[in-house]
Design a protein around this ligand. Structure first.
Ligand SMILES: [Zn+2]
Length: 457
């Protein structure tokens, strides 16, 4: 009996689907195993995974083949200390290798091509995933999200879905948890902040994922539509992605939304690097990435507790392994165990290396300035812009806050105490500022720097 072409095609499709399911089961078993390890076992697993990553990169990545000889990969396999001699990878090198230079699997094995224009000089960098890389990432993220979310949650996702993995990744992870997803995206002309607020209300969303700045904007848009986010919306969890948030911003958002705030941290080229726990702390995702804190000048490895630049090595990225990738983030690793019981160490994010601003008698980060200003403001809208002129901190506030003496005095006192700076307060051009926020896919503190302002005479 002969088989028809249609029947042969059907058989091939079935075989293909069976093999996809088998590989997903294999990845799921791996993720469950690694998630069950205690601190000591995790350390051993990471050393072995690190050696495998270096060997894979040396053998299959055109980029690393020229910089990591096979002998170095062998040395790392014998002694983890040899890893310290692996050269760093920089963002500029990723930009130079764009689009396919970092690829370490045959092109047909790539499931996703993402890219980021990032926070650097605007040059694009690419990010690839094989099917296994992607599924593993989704499963790891789902496992971490389950610390605060379950199938009863309705989760609105207001982060970019376009070319960046973050929206898609959270979307799939939440689907795995059985949550209801409201995919709002970020700054699409067809989904205005007003529409987002109404979608939050109509869907009964219990959690909102977005940057802290977008949450402030949505809170303000809701207020103007007569909706009190704390009273009229069911959102009781704000999961913040895409930018760091100062303590004052977290407190402001918690109060405005009547919600607990949680932080996550990652980048397109690495995916999620750190995720919140039920105790609202931030844990490194050591089950798929290896972390180091290095001296930004000498590159010397620093011990836990010291502040330096975060460098990451992927442990579960076949398509695009990264070795000692300098993230440009100023961080500290807290090794003491968290009360939540997780074996994963905690991350203290101190801002971007390039975000240090000379002011007063020293340096301040955007987050520290945000902390001073948002901490002093007592009325909406919670928008502001700032600039630095030598020892003077120029702050532009919405008219109501600018006219409030207590707000002005509090900013001046804190800026003097923390930075040794004197303060000048001006009036913010709120419509222009809000336009910048509305049209940005990634509204962050950077928008504050670009905002137009008008000084008081
Ligand atoms: Zn914890």
């Amino acid at each position: 009996m002969t088989t028809s072409p249609t029947a042969r095609r059907t058989t091939r499709t079935e075989e293909r689907l069976r093999s996809v399911i088998a590989s997903r089961r294999r990845v799921a078993r791996k993720v469950a195993h690694v998630a069950s390890l205690d601190r000591e076992e995790l350390g051993r697993w990471a050393s072995a995974a690190l050696a495998e990553t270096v060997a894979h990169a040396a053998e299959h990545s055109a980029f690393y083949a020229g910089r990591v000889p096979r002998s170095l990969a062998d040395a790392v396999a014998k002694d983890p200390a040899a890893f310290q001699t692996v050269p760093f990878t920089t963002r500029q090198e990723l930009a130079d290798a764009y689009p396919l230079g970092m690829l370490a699997v045959p092109r047909r094995e790539v499931t996703r091509f993402d890219e980021s224009s990032g926070t650097g000089n605007g040059q694009s960098i690419a990010a690839f995933f094989s099917a296994d890389d992607w599924v593993e990432n989704n499963l790891v993220v789902a496992h971490l999200l389950s610390a605060v979310l379950d199938s009863s949650d309705v989760v609105a996702i207001a982060v970019p879905y376009e070319l960046a993995g973050v929206g898609q990744d959270l979307d799939r992870a939440l689907e795995l948890l059985g949550c209801t997803i409201v995919p709002l995206g970020a700054a699409s002309p067809s989904c205005s902040p007003e529409r987002m607020v109404h979608a939050l209300r109509r869907s009964g969303a219990t959690a909102l994922i977005c940057s802290g700045t977008r949450a402030l904007l949505l809170g303000e848009v809701a207020r103007r539509s007569g909706i009190d986010p704390g009273r009229d919306l069911a959102v009781d969890k704000l999961l913040m992605a895409g930018e760091g948030a100062s303590p004052a911003k977290k407190a402001r958002l918690a109060e405005q939304w009547g919600a607990a705030t949680y932080s996550m941290f990652g980048m397109t080229e690495t995916n999620t690097l750190a995720m919140f726990c039920a105790r609202q702390d931030l844990h490194l995702v050591e089950t798929r990435t290896y972390f180091e804190i290095v001296d930004p000048r000498s590159g010397q490895l620093l011990p836990d507790g010291e502040t330096g630049e975060l460098a990451v090595t992927t442990l579960a990225s076949r398509a695009m392994p990264l070795l000692r990738y300098r993230t440009g983030d100023t961080c500290q690793i807290e090794a003491a165990p968290c009360p939540c019981g997780s074996p994963l160490r905690r991350l203290r994010h101190r801002g971007r290396l390039g975000d240090r601003i000379a002011v007063g008698h020293g340096w301040a980060s955007q987050l520290e300035i945000e902390d001073v200003v948002l901490g002093a403001m007592s009325r909406p809208p919670y928008f502001f812009a700032f600039d630095v002129d030598g020892s003077v901190l120029d702050v532009a506030l919405p008219p109501g806050s600018a006219a409030d003496e207590r707000t002005r005095d509090s900013i001046a006192a804190e800026a003097a105490r923390r930075f040794g700076a004197t303060t000048r307060v001006g009036v913010l051009d709120v419509p222009a500022f809000e336009h910048a926020l509305r049209t940005s896919a990634k509204p962050t503190m950077r928008n504050f720097l670009r905002a137009t302002e008008e000084r008081l005479p």
